[in-house]
Design a protein around this ligand. Structure first.
Ligand code: MSP
Length: 645
């Protein structure tokens, strides 16, 4: 199986654990992947961008037990939070894989059996020091503590000595093939420094790897031997195959595999650069082209992590700034391979200086001048002079350079060069002083040329920043009077001279908020958990709550709204009157099963017309992580129309 010459691009993020809510460190991996996916789509590649969640294993089992809920309930709740965050960050993944998806479990079992039949998986006994937190046996050379036990070098927690019957993967057989593979494919592990780490680790000798547990129940059972559960990393890594369609959508799988890049944090490099290619070699799959280990976001110089208690919740920033400034900052501030320290000052400085001042002002000034001096119409103007040509030609150079840098995964450098161009465009305006030319009727054509060049520079720039700041780029694009979306137009249209004349621009709207540091710090100031919760929730007073008229409604009839999958038209009895409402619950409930049920409805909400039907009340329902509505029906009889308080 190999890729055809048609250009595809398959990029993945790690799948995230569900024992904890996601923070800026997790968002970072996904944002990088999103920018690369968007860039490649823009260039016309057939992109497959995969992300998802890693839901099995002891860590999740324990976290759920601590909360007194099942692992599945915990997973479902956290998956909802993760999906919401990706939505808020405008992540454009093509698929979301969960390791509890039946197709994934089946795929992993199939590969397990394949390796067992081949002799690369065999049964034995393992004794070793196991770190529950990292779900990993410690390397043998981790020294014993004076107390006679071992401490996990990654997380600093105490490991447990475990002895159990288990299945092993014959990793030792892949030591030489791996070393040969690294030598033949120097771009397999990136950045290059990380390859050296991997090679020296493998050279020290690879032992067979225990890949099942009998102590863990929450996981995929070993086929034909279900007292063994497949080790969470063997399970999780295969998401890159199953998520792309292995064993259930082979057409998609064959189109996209092998992945172009697995983007991961440097902490999980060993799993991806040693175990994963060995599993793939054993099962006979081609290997991914690149495993890229990015650096960490630190807070106060320590890795952001839940156990250190120094995580930053992206929602706080999102609330004030929206997704683009955060996306920009994380990608601009540090090259992908190195660590960065997150500081509020650093964040605000970037937003105020690069976004509000440099890009925001360029757009604002240019549009304001086109409005003021040319009634909002972009005009061709006089022939280009040398200065004008320079701004056009340097855009073409920039465009090529940005593509090269994105292909090298050097996003920060690409942004740096785009911003150098934005500065050049600002300087071009300042040097040419269009505001002075506007005073002189004879200079109108010169003025028009300058404004055309600047508008064209802005239009081109919005293409280039689109992968990183899709919302703002599209906003700029619309302000320039373009009606299509950047994504639809694609990269071929990204040419300076494709700025049309005769188009009417829009009145400029602010692109990036300016926020003072003291207000921002106040927003982020660490507060006790309960107080903080209140602060970020939209609190209403009791009087406001009392204004809602909630009643018991009895469903008299329900029918599907023609031409929709989700909507039901429902007649309800409110005791003294009947009303009609439209509700998006047809995913979960068949019309006939609803009749006679009693539920809570809001009756003093302004009516809305939905699909031509006036909806005169609204029912209350909970939403599942995959968007289905679950209605709380009354479990005791109560007259229709009763007040709910
Ligand atoms: N479930 C495993 C991955 C399995 S992939 C087959 C896992 N999950 S994780 O939720 O702990 O981490 C996911 C990603 O988030 C990793 O790439 C990790 O490096 C990244 N980050 C977590 N904290 C981070 C920072 N503070 N900074 C940057 N990235 C970090 O590992």
């Amino acid at each position: 199986m190999s890729k055809t010459s048609r250009e595809t691009f398959y990029i993945s993020t790690p799948i995230y654990y569900v024992n904890d809510i996601p923070h800026i460190g997790h968002a970072y991996t996904t944002i990088i992947a999103d920018a690369l996916a968007r860039f490649n789509r823009l260039r016309g590649k057939d992109v497959f961008f995969l992300t998802g969640t890693d839901e099995h294993g002891q860590k999740i089992e324990k976290a759920a037990a601590a909360k007194g809920i099942t692992p599945l309930a915990l997973a479902n709740a956290v998956v909802g939070r993760i999906r919401d965050l990706w939505k808020a960050l405008h992540i454009s993944n093509d698929f979301f894989v969960r390791t509890i998806d039946p197709f994934h479990e089946k795929g992993v079992q199939k590969i397990f059996l394949r390796l067992k039949e081949k002799g690369d998986i065999y049964k034995g006994t393992y004794q070793g020091w196991y770190c529950v937190s990292d779900e990993n046996f410690l390397a043998e050379d981790v020294p014993l503590q004076p107390e006679g036990d071992k401490i996990c070098p990654d997380c600093g927690k105490r490991a447990t000595l475990v002895s159990e019957e288990c299945y092993f993967f014959r990793l030792s057989a892949y030591q030489e093939p791996l070393l040969k593979y690294y030598a033949d494919h120097p771009g397999f592990v990136r950045p290059p420094g990380r390859l050296n780490e991997v090679v020296s680790f493998v050279r020290q000798g690879l032992k067979d790897l225990s890949i099942t547990r009998t102590t863990v129940k929450w996981g995929i059972p070993v086929p034909d031997d279900p007292k063994h559960t497949i080790y969470v990393w063997f399970d999780a890594l295969h998401n890159y195959l199953t998520g792309a369609g292995f064993d259930w959508d082979m057409k998609r799988f064959e189109r996209f595999w092998p992945a172009d890049i697995h983007l991961i944090g440097k902490d999980i490099l060993r799993f991806h650069a040693i175990f994963w290619p060995a599993f793939l070699m054993a099962a006979g799959f081609p290997l991914p082209r690149t495993v890229y280990g990015h650096g960490w976001w630190l807070k106060d110089e320590a890795k952001m992590s839940k156990s250190r208690g120094n995580v930053l919740d992206p929602h706080v920033i999102l609330k004030t700034f929206g997704p683009d400034p955060l996306r920009y900052f994380l990608l601009r501030e540090i090259p992908i391979g190195v660590d960065g320290n997150f500081s509020h000052e650093g964040f605000l400085h970037r937003v105020n200086s690069d976004l509000a001042n440099d890009l925001g002002n360029l757009v604002h000034r240019t549009l304001t001048m086109i409005l003021g001096y040319q009634k909002g119409v972009v005009e061709p103007g006089e022939k280009e002079n040398e200065d004008d040509r320079a701004i056009r030609e340097s855009f073409e150079t920039l465009k090529g350079r940005v593509a090269e840098l994105f292909d090298e995964y050097a996003v920060s450098k690409a942004l740096e060069e785009i911003w150098a161009y934005i500065s050049a465009a600002n300087k071009y305006l300042a040097d040419n002083e269009p505001w002075k030319l506007a005073q002189d009727e004879t200079k109108r054509k010169r003025l028009a040329r300058i404004l055309y060049q600047t508008a064209a520079a802005i239009r081109g720039t919005s293409y280039l920043v689109y992968p990183v700041m899709p919302e703002s780029a599209q906003k700029i694009w619309s302000m320039l009077g373009e009606t299509k979306s950047i994504a639809e137009e694609g990269y071929a249209d990204c040419r300076f001279e494709n700025m049309k004349t005769g188009v009417m621009i829009q009145r400029p709207r602010p692109l990036f908020p300016r926020v003072a540091l003291k207000d921002f710090l106040q927003e982020e100031a660490p507060a006790p958990a309960a107080a903080k919760k209140e602060e970020t929730m939209d609190i209403i007073s009791f009087d406001e709550f009392k204004r809602m008229d909630l009643r018991v409604g009895e469903i008299l009839s329900a029918e599907r709204v023609p031409g929709t999958d989700k909507l039901l038209k429902i007649e309800i009895n409110l005791g003294t009157e009947k009303r009609t409402m439209v509700a998006g619950v047809a995913d979960t409930y068949a019309p006939e099963e609803m009749v006679g049920k009693k539920l809570i409805v809001i009756v003093n909400l302004k009516p809305a017309v939905i699909r031509g039907i006036e909806s005169q009340a609204m029912l209350l329902a909970a939403e599942t992580s995959d968007g289905k509505a679950i209605i709380p029906f009354f479990d005791r009889d109560i007259p229709a129309g009763s007040k709910v308080k």
